[in-house]
Design a protein around this ligand. Sequence first.
Ligand SMILES: Nc1ncnc2c1ncn2[C@@H]1O[C@H](COP(=O)(O)OP(=O)(O)OP(=O)(O)O)[C@@H](O)[C@H]1O
Length: 226
Amino acid sequence: MNGDTVITLKNVDIFQQKHLVLSNVNIKINKGEFLYLIGQSGSGKSSLLKIIYGDLYIGNGEGMVAGFDLKKLHENEVPYLRRKLGIVFQDFHLLTDRSVEKNLIFALRATGWTDKKLIDSRIIDVLEKVGLRSKLKKMPYELSGGEQQRIVIARALLNNPEIILADEPTGNLDPNTSEEIVLLLKDIAASGTAVLMATHDYQIIRNMPSRIIKTAEGGLLDNVSI
Ligand SMILES: Nc1ncnc2c1ncn2[C@@H]1O[C@H](COP(=O)(O)OP(=O)(O)OP(=O)(O)O)[C@@H](O)[C@H]1O
């Protein structure tokens, strides 16, 4: 793995229980790349993401993610791998009973941050990155769906991840708001974080083309056109 590669999977077989979902997966993703992950429902997109964030273990093959060797990954190292990853999933909602600021403080404390000054300045940094500094004191229900998704992205950026995994981040958003979210993710990629975004939204891909990988027929295809 050279210094610019943040994800390498080599001849990896991906199982759910005893069922082989994807076989012989080969992929390299570099620092700062933005990729779409497509594939029919049930074809293995989530399983691929799970291998990357250490929720499924590698059987056959080799994998390196953000410097962690997936083959040797011990259960108690998974939280450290996750700190190198920003996760933006549809079901990773904001906590609805507290403000944006308190959501972000909660996420930082959970990953070991204790210094109040550093916490405050990190929160301002990530809110500026997503263009929502003014929403610091708002409750999630006072924000639009797109704004909430930006805050989820801000939360994913807190620990300065090497990779963002986004699973259908625009699934509940209207087309214009969806494009803004993808533009934001592309900006984040341009500043050095790799972004892998699973989506079923081909319109977005057509409007904002990028490298596409696809789960199909029990394998992973690279550089696909749609
Ligand atoms: N926990 C599990 N135990 C057993 N089989 C599973 C489990 N999770 C998923 N599978 C099976 O693995 C295959 C791939 O599922 P996966 O969730 O990776 O697909 P997907 O492409 O992400 O689908 P979707 O787009 O609907 O989210 C499916 O056949 C599914 O039934």
